[in-house]
Ligand binder design. Structure first.
Ligand code: ATP
Length: 222
């Protein structure tokens, strides 16, 4: 599904180049659930951002189903993000003025889809993540774990092929974190969705199909 070849990311820092990703080569098969681990600063989030076209590589290619993502126009990249990818981040970027249901509906509304369909799909997904009785709560009226689950439901709207998750259980207690991971695993199995999950949680990474370990911008084991 994804081929990363000779990927570098550098940032100019005080007259020098800071190498954050150093010759990353990676193949991700459809339906895999991959955990990316490594110390703080290893480059995990930067890699995830580039896989999602939220940032550009300095050098190298990222192909999705054979198409080099960085040869696409900005508009085509935006469409790729909206239609093919779901994002789950630790600080989940829910809009505070909107309910759980409205937040989950947002990505589909960008596509100008039929409102009744969108609401139906979001309601079903929120039910799957255990929030059937929290649809009309705003983020401030939900617990941290519930907010995280809303962001998972939102990421899964429009049936993405790929979900990129950066520390999805990072701010959750261990019980809620386990439950969320179990949910991601179930969705991976039932829908065949590919998951790439950055995590510091050893218990969770142990349950992945594959663990990619990063150090100083390089993959040291896969
Ligand atoms: N815009 C930027 N300019 C300069 N340096 C950056 C920039 N973005 C990230 N970095 C540096 O790149 C390195 C990798 O950052 P990244 O966020 O990918 O690490 P990480 O492995 O996800 O770490 P953590 O586990 O702490 O989230 C860090 O040392 C960071 O300081």
């Amino acid at each position: 599904m994804i081929d990363v070849v000779g990927l570098y990311k550098t940032f100019p820092m005080g007259g020098r180049e800071l190498v954050v990703l150093n010759n990353i080569n990676l193949h991700i098969a459809r339906g895999e659930l991959i955990a990316i681990i490594g110390a703080s600063g290893a480059g995990k989030s930067t890699l995830l951002q580039i896989l999602g076209t939220l940032d550009r590589p300095t050098k190298g290619t990222v192909s999705f189903e054979g198409q080099n993502l960085f040869q696409l126009t900005e508009q085509q990249q935006a469409e790729f993000r909206n239609r093919r990818v779901g994002f789950v981040f630790q600080f989940h970027h829910l809009l505070p003025e909107f309910t759980a249901l409205e937040n989950a509906c947002l990505p589909a509304m960008i596509q100008k889809r039929e409102m009744a369909d969108v609401i139906g799909e979001a309601t079903k997904l929120l039910g799957e993540v255990g929030l059937a009785d929290r649809l009309h709560h705003k983020p401030g009226e939900l617990s941290g774990g519930e907010q995280q689950r809303v962001s998972v439901a939102r990421a899964l709207m429009q049936q993405p092929d790929l979900v990129l998750a950066d520390e999805p259980t990072g701010n959750l207690d261990s019980h809620t974190g386990d439950a969320l991971f179990t949910l991601l695993r179930q969705l991976n199995r039932s829908r065949g969705t590919t998951f790439v999950i950055v995590t510091h949680n050893d218990k969770l990474s142990a349950q992945a199909d594959r663990i990619i370990s990063m150090q100083d911008g390089m993959i040291i084991s896969s």
